[in-house]
Design a protein around this ligand. Structure first.
Ligand code: ATP
Length: 389
């Protein structure tokens, strides 16, 4: 069983930087887990501790039910794939892929058959005698994967393996990695800062911020039930909109109209002592052109001025501005926005993006009505960022 278990894993660098704090995580046998978060959140350090490339300051790391804190990387039986591929330029694809096995003194015939099998899986057979310089970026990336596969390790650890590829190739390779992982069934931990990659690749996603795990779950769960503002803003594209709201009895006053609170939401807010000023989160896909909504469907219709309309072929994005945005009331949100690269917020108002059906007739610069499904609100405490719903 190649299960990887992290218990209270902490990393403090000699200069005092606390890069990873008390991480508990179990990666199941054969599971594909993604570590995602903004630059500097501690994903690579976590991966490097699993690989044995960084010492663990505190906590216990188990691979396959054995404590490996003090085991050298080569004795952990795991294979790492880096962003840089780290191929040897003077060796052919065949030599690159077989290198680790040669070091391990595996006999030549076995090396040959393993390398050829991996090349078949990765569609590299015709390139086996080429040098890396004569390969495309995507082919080099596959050689790096091949080098990991031939070792038949207990686990793959991948650190941003696609970030050197152009956007189109990245999408292709994403599908290939996903298929490959399913076919081989090898436990995999994959690091990325790209939320789309995280959402499309893994069985489960671990969202990190400042060395701390924010939430762990399937992509759908994180999208539907983000625990806090950070996860809500990080997962989903375009990002969730955050609007200022005032709690008045059983209603939330917002620029998208008054939103009546469902009994369970109201109870939850009461239980958690919610303040009067709150943040409402609404995903762009909760909005629609009212002309295209079934009559009688519950929700709010409100009037606004649409600043920009973008047609993407499959959808239309429309933007409007929340003028009375109050940054002082939402310092947690401001900090999170900076951290997660959320849409800009500021004293002059902040932009709200909505996703509409292509049949919409809403035009740029015009006064328009928009509809929003108010059952899809999230309510956050601006002091802590916690999702109260
Ligand atoms: P990126 O996506 O930019 O690689 P990351 O999420 O992988 O970011 P890490 O590389 O794990 O982040 O770094 C986590 C934190 O630890 C950062 O604040 C970083 O500056 C710090 N850090 C990393 N390596 C060292 C080191 N050798 N000495 C001191 N601090 C370090």
């Amino acid at each position: 069983m190649a299960e990887i278990v992290l218990e209270g894993i902490t990393k403090r660098f000699p200069d005092g930087a606390l890069a990873v704090r008390d991480v508990d995580l179990t990666v199941g046998d054969g599971e594909f887990v993604i570590l995602v978060g903004p630059s500097g959140c501690g994903k690579s350090t976590t991966l490097n501790m699993i690989a044995g490339l960084e010492d663990i300051t505190d906590g216990t790391l188990r691979i396959d039910d054995q404590v490996v804190n003090d085991k050298a990387p080569k004795d952990r039986d795991i294979a790492m794939v880096f962003q840089s591929y780290a191929l040897y330029p003077h060796m052919t694809v065949r030599e690159n892929m077989g290198f680790a096995l040669r070091l391990a003194k595996v006999d030549k015939t076995t090396i040959r058959s393993k390398v050829e099998e991996a090349a078949r899986i990765l569609d590299l057979t015709v390139h086996l005698d080429r040098k890396p310089a004569n390969l495309s970026g995507g082919q080099r990336q596959r050689v790096a994967m091949g080098r990991a596969i031939v070792r038949d390790p207990k686990a793959f650890l991948m650190d941003e393996p696609l970030s050197n590829l152009d956007a189109k190739l990245r999408v292709q390779m994403r599908t290939q990695i996903s298929r490959l992982q399913q076919r081989l069934g090898t436990t995999t931990v994959y690091v990325t800062h790209d939320q789309t990659e995280a959402m499309t690749l893994g069985d489960r996603v671990v969202v990190m911020r400042s060395g701390v795990v924010q939430q762990v779950g399937t992509p759908q769960y994180l999208y539907d039930e983000p625990r806090n503002l950070f996860v809500a803003g990080f997962i989903g594209s375009p990002a969730m909109n955050f609007l200022h709201a005032t709690l008045e009895e059983n209603t939330l006053r917002t620029i998208v109209g008054d939103i009546p609170l469902a009994a369970d939401v109201r109870q939850s807010l009461e239980r958690q002592n919610a303040p009067r000023d709150l943040i409402v989160g609404l995903r762009p896909e909760a909005f629609e052109d009212p002309a295209l909504v079934d009559p009688g469907r519950p929700g709010n219709t409100f009037s606004t001025t649409v600043d920009v309309v973008e047609s993407l072929g499959s959808d239309v994005y429309a933007y409007f501005t929340e003028e009375d945005w109050q940054p002082t009331a939402t310092s947690e949100l401001e900090e999170l926005a900076a951290d997660s690269g959320l849409s800009e917020t500021g004293a002059s108002g902040h932009q709200v993006v909505v996703r509409l059906n292509t049949a919409t007739r809403i035009r740029e610069g015009s006064r328009a009505e928009l509809w929003v499904d108010t059952s899809r609100i999230h309510v956050f405490d601006p002091r802590t960022g916690v999702n109260l719903t």
